[in-house]
Design a protein around this ligand. Structure first.
Ligand SMILES: Nc1ncnc2c1ncn2[C@@H]1O[C@H](COP(=O)(O)OP(=O)(O)OP(=O)(O)O)[C@@H](O)[C@H]1O
Length: 221
């Protein structure tokens, strides 16, 4: 369902070409929970950005749900992302002057869902992460673990088939990190959501189905 063929990504400055990814081919099946590991600077975020269609490869092709995406225009990619992909980041990326429920609703707002349906789906997503009683709070009134749970609710409110998570437990202590990881494992197991997660934490990675290891832009397993 996610297929990368000979994907390379280079970044250019005036004097330097940095090869962030070098000829990566991989296949991730529907319902898999895959983690991406490797030392700092090896290309993990770049790979996640390619799979999440946040950036395009310099070479190679990306196919998701059978659709070749590297030649699509930005507005078409944005629509595809909104419909099929959910995103979770290390530093949560919540909007501080929106309430919890308004943050969760955002992907639906972009999709043009009615007010009543947005409220229903957002309350359902917040219940799923155990935060129904915090819906009118603001992000700065929540703990780090709660903020990440709000971010997960926002990632799943649109019922994506794939969730991309960039070090989702990186800013959390081990207890809160484990809670967040358990939510992701449940999401994968019970709702069959495919998850691709970058992590530095071997103990988190071991809980996933498969570990992809990157070194200097190359896939080493
Ligand atoms: N916008 C950019 N312009 C130039 N070089 C970049 C850019 N983004 C990333 N790079 C370079 O590409 C390489 C891979 O970066 P990337 O952020 O994917 O690594 P990473 O494995 O996620 O690192 P970390 O674990 O430290 O977050 C690095 O050498 C980095 O310096």
């Amino acid at each position: 369902m996610i297929e990368l063929k000979n994907v390379s990504k280079s970044y250019f400055t005036d004097v330097l070409e940095t090869v962030a990814l070098n000829d990566i081919s991989l296949h991730i099946n529907a319902g898999e929970f895959v983690s991406i590991m490797g030392p700092s600077g090896c290309g993990k975020s770049t790979l996640l950005n390619m799979i999440g269609l946040l950036d395009l490869p310099s070479k190679g092709s990306i196919k998701i749900h059978g659709v070749h995406l590297q030649d699509h225009k930005e507005n078409e990619l944005a629509r595809f992302r909104n419909e099929h992909l959910g995103f979770i980041f290390q530093s949560f990326h919540l909007i501080s002057d929106l309430s919890v429920i308004d943050n969760v609703e955002l992907p639906l707002l972009y999709r043009g869902v009615s007010t009543a349906e947005r409220k229903r789906l957002s309350e359902e997503a917040l219940a799923q992460v155990g935060l129904s009683n915090r819906k009118d709070h603001f992000p700065n009134q929540l703990s780090g673990g709660q903020r990440q749970r709000v971010a997960i609710a926002r990632a799943i409110v649109g019922k994506p088939t794939i969730v991309m998570a960039d070090e989702p437990t990186g800013n959390l202590d081990s207890v809160l990190g484990n809670e967040v990881m358990q939510l992701l494992l449940d999401l994968n197991e019970k709702q069959k959501v495919t998850i691709v997660m970058v992590t530095h934490d071997e103990s988190m990675a071991k809980k996933t189905h498969r570990i992809l290891r990157l070194y200097d832009g190359n896939l080493v397993n």
